[in-house]
Design a binder for this molecule. Structure first.
Ligand SMILES: Nc1ncnc2c1ncn2[C@@H]1O[C@H](COP(=O)(O)OP(=O)(O)OP(=O)(O)O)[C@@H](O)[C@H]1O
Ligand SMILES: [Mg+2]
Length: 335
């Protein structure tokens, strides 16, 4: 049974469009031009218990709007959302008990309270068993290194400290689903690593379902086996991360360091020379993995010229995702 079920989900926003200048403002006052944006446009997917799903797309693609509908903050314009069988907007209170939410761009904690006071309040609101609460607090303190932060009010925390506090607050009632909207934005590498480790651990230990949006592909690589890609409000990909890596990592680059200046050589089929500087004593070749292999390319080159060293570049996720964002998957948009 899926924990999240979304069918033809849409959200339209209506905004007043205004021409520039005072004349525009006056005109808009008397004859407002209403513009409609389909932020989310007929989205459909399901999430099974215990999955960690990466929900990615360019700025303005509709990720946060989707999360706001999943958490019940926004009411859909059309379509259906079910979270643990409930309508998250109509049954907001019941839904809230089962979910945790972190918006990386916005704090959800009491700004002036010491962090521990916020947590104590949350434990009362969610009626967490006092013994269990202490146990979890202890666990989270260890994993997120919270010790010194408990007495600090949120307003005096650094970004990285705040984010660790937010995560604790979102997960202390052991929700079944956690929504994370850019949880690592602006954080240094060490805090990022710690947060990823924490999320992974929560998923493993408790089977917590994780729905994650991020622009940091490191988050995706470390946490998600499945990704959903949204573009202009529509889903253009939903499937294993490895599938897109394989499909778009079709071309790979192999670089040879040559003993002499590169001479013209004949290349096997499926291989072409990449742009290069002949004075570098380097030969950079791009080959199609479906047509040939790295070892065939290497031996063909070494038969013809003196090679000192060579290296093979891994297909990196960021270039794969860049290709997809640039429209490489558009032909797959459902009608
Ligand atoms: N409250 C609102 N009123 C009007 N338009 C909105 C509102 N919220 C979002 N939008 C519009 O809906 C579209 C999707 O926005 P959304 O915040 O969901 O994008 P996103 O994928 O989260 O982007 P980002 O990566 O920048 O966070 C954008 O065009 C945005 O301008
Ligand atoms: Mg967003």
């Amino acid at each position: 049974m899926p924990v999240i079920e979304v069918v033809n989900l849409s959200k339209k926003f209506r905004t007043n469009r205004k021409e520039p200048g005072i004349a525009g403002a006056v005109k808009a006052l008397f004859r407002p031009v209403v513009q409609e944006t389909a932020a989310v446009d007929g989205v459909r997917f399901t999430v099974e218990p215990g999955e960690v799903v990466g929900y990615i797309g360019v700025n303005g693609a509709g990720k946060s709007t989707t999360i706001k509908m999943l958490t019940g903050i926004l009411e859909p314009t059309a379509g259906m959302v079910r979270v643990l069988g409930r309508d998250p907007h109509r049954q907001r209170v019941d839904n809230a008990r089962e979910i945790g939410v972190v918006f990386g761009q916005r704090s959800q904690l009491w700004w002036d309270l010491a962090f521990i006071e916020s947590l104590n309040l949350i434990s009362k609101i969610y009626e967490i068993d006092p013994g269990r609460y202490r146990e979890l607090l202890d666990q989270f303190c260890g994993m997120l290194d919270l010790g010194d932060l408990l007495r600090v009010p949120i307003r005096s925390m650094s970004l990285g400290q705040k984010m660790r506090a937010e995560l604790t607050a979102a997960l202390i009632h052991e929700p079944r689903i956690v929504y994370l909207d850019e949880p690592t934005i602006g954080l240094d590498l060490i805090v990022k690593e710690r947060i990823r480790e924490f999320i992974r651990e929560q998923n493993k230990r408790n089977g917590t379902t994780v729905f994650l949006t991020t622009h940091d592909l490191g988050d995706i690589e470390k946490l998600c086996r499945r990704v959903i890609i949204i573009d202009a409000g529509r889903i253009i990909y939903d499937g294993p991360l490895t599938t897109i890596q394989e499909r778009f990592g079709r071309y790979r680059t192999i670089t040879f360091e040559t003993a002499g200046f590169a001479a013209t050589i004949s290349l096997p089929p499926g291989v072409e020379t990449a742009p290069q500087n002949p004075e570098d004593r380097k030969l950079i070749l791009k080959f199609d993995r479906t047509k040939t292999t790295a070892s065939k390319v290497a031996s063909a080159v070494m038969d013809q010229i003196d090679v000192v060293d060579f290296s093979l570049a891994e297909p990196d996720l960021s270039s794969v995702v860049r290709q997809i964002y640039n429209g490489a998957l558009k032909e797959n948009v459902p009608p």
